[in-house]
Design a protein around this ligand. Structure first.
Ligand code: SF4
Ligand code: SF4
Length: 252
């Protein structure tokens, strides 16, 4: 199934080329600016859509479509250092909650949200519509992420920085807790314990243990399918309906 991963990487690469067009829709600052004027801005709308789709697709957006995911996978070709720090995840959530608090407080102080404007400060649609914005926005953002990935490891932006990913993580938790039909991974209980899935995981997860436990509900899994398409026994599969609870292996 290498073709599927080639298609996924092609989509991510094309998406990465669109960063200058879409970067405003990831902005953590514009929601605060908009809140001060009672405006729901484009990035806030996008974060809401991300949460909604993740209720059924988990973090599939992060693994298959995100422009910053494409940039990280391109970077991982040069450095495949592994990273998955629970402390780093906790720090990210604390900062994220503080940011949500600032948006909420600012909006309440302004008398609440009164309108939606997805083109707020993006009237030209292309986010980087003047060369100066490359210098104070595009290069610093990419520089920060590149530094994080170089020092910490692959997909460090996803793990420890990305505020958008937290919206997808929340939706992912809802679906994994309530277990209604939605995209997830399952193990067939036929693991050879070769470790190939763990080695290829873009999020540095211990996929072999997850397959053993038939539990792929880790917040960090982006459903990229690298493990699915690498397993020599086809032990890991995409599924829509939940056939067995975690820990319940398939009959041999
Ligand atoms: S566990 Fe599999 S699907 Fe999830 S991030 Fe790792 S390789 Fe991708
Ligand atoms: S690649 Fe497949 S067989 Fe190998 S450890 Fe992972 S689940 Fe088991």
């Amino acid at each position: 199934m290498k073709e599927r991963q080639n298609r996924r990487r092609t989509v991510l690469f094309v998406s990465m080329m669109l960063i200058p067009v879409v970067i405003n829709y990831y902005s953590p600052i514009m929601p605060v600016e908009g809140a001060a004027e009672g405006v729901v801005v484009g990035s806030l709308v996008f974060f809401g859509l991300l949460f909604t789709t993740s209720l059924f697709m988990g973090r599939g957006y992060c693994g298959w479509l995100c422009p910053f995911g494409g940039w990280q996978e391109a970077m991982a070709l040069a450095s495949s250092k592994r990273t998955n720090s629970p402390l780093g995840h906790r720090v990210k959530w604390v900062l994220w909650l503080a940011w949500i608090g600032v948006i909420t407080y600012t909006a309440m102080d302004a008398g609440g949200f009164r309108m939606v404007n997805v083109l707020y400060h993006s009237e030209a649609i292309i986010s980087l519509d003047e060369p100066a914005r490359y210098y104070y926005l595009y290069f610093p953002v990419l520089g920060l992420g590149t530094l994080a990935m170089t020092v910490l490891g692959k997909r460090a932006w996803c793990h420890y920085i990305c505020w958008a990913g937290n919206f997808a993580t929340l939706g992912n938790r809802v679906k994994n807790t309530l277990r209604y039909p939605s995209l997830h991974l399952e193990s067939a209980g036929d693991c050879a314990r070769c470790g190939s899935c763990t080695r290829v995981c873009a999020k540095s997860l211990d996929v072999q243990d997850m397959a053993d436990a038939n539990d792929f509900t880790d917040d960090e899994c982006t459903l990229c399918g690298e493990c699915v398409d690498t397993c020599p026994r086809s032990n890991i599969k995409y599924a829509w309906r939940w056939s067995r609870p975690p820990g319940n292996k398939a009959p041999q």
